[in-house]
Design a protein around this ligand. Sequence first.
Ligand SMILES: [Zn+2]
Length: 341
Amino acid sequence: MLTRRKFIQQSAIATLTAGIAPSLASTKEENIVMTVNGPIQPTQMKFTLTHEHILADFIGAEQYSKDRYNADEVFNTALPFLLEVKKLGCTTFIDCSPAYLGRDVQLFKRLSKASGLNIITNTGYYGAVNEKFLPKHVYTETSEQIAARWISEWKNGIDGTDIRPGFMKTSVDKAPLTPAQRKIIDAAAITHLATGLTIGVHTGNGDAANEQLEILKARNVAPSARIWIHAQSEPSETYYIETAKKGGWVSFDGVNPGTLQANLKYLQLMKKNNFLDLVLVSQDSGWYHVGEPKGGEYKNYNCIFTEFIPLLKQNGFTQSEIDKIFITNPAKAFEIKIRTL
Ligand SMILES: [Zn+2]
């Protein structure tokens, strides 16, 4: 039997817990970054490559299967490249292969443990390339139903594991977006409002990037929730400035030995317009090509370190500007945070 005093104490504790619980939940799930090994603080990301790949299979959603490759062979192929870039100064590696295209979260977790890199994976669907990589249920389900699948991956983990996504990876071709492509961007907006996951969109051109922002706007989602992936596919630089004026992330993610000058020009343009704080830079490099002998040609992740940063320095970029591009901006862009208009 409860004494009156104990009863009062217990009620007070119950009231206190009820009051505290929601705020604890939100601090746990917001203002963090989600890696394949669980949450970290945004400041722990340090030097980040925001768009790379470990594994890709271009067979298409209908025939996609993990039986098409040997995970140990991929592990052994990828690990030396990851160790090499870690040694050059990379701390966080963001894998942009979505579901049905090479997302193998258990493999990524093994590689993260073996390399010491933070690895971040994604939820979402890839609608570009004429929707070849979209599963059939995209055509029969509503955007709310598709979003529920992605939100479930955030809450419960991916593919029966407890490994959770750190952002959304979606994609569309050039404008105008197809109905299915519009649907996945709408699903991404719904998912963002429920989870705070940032929406990365592989995008065909500038008009397609703007069309996405209209879809997000209809759901009250801010442009800062979206990363315009492959901005360099749009030849007209006015689109980059227009997007940055709205607060949207512009990702120049094709740095390789053949594109150094072009990427220098993009960054000089953004710097001149005072938008260096909305730029992401990466290489879209890697990966083990499923279906090719021994994974085909695996391109290393070194160019930003060995060639591009020295070029930036030669052209007057300061260390603090370089830190902004590769440390501060990724931490802001990939922080779990709901961003509304
Ligand atoms: Zn890519």
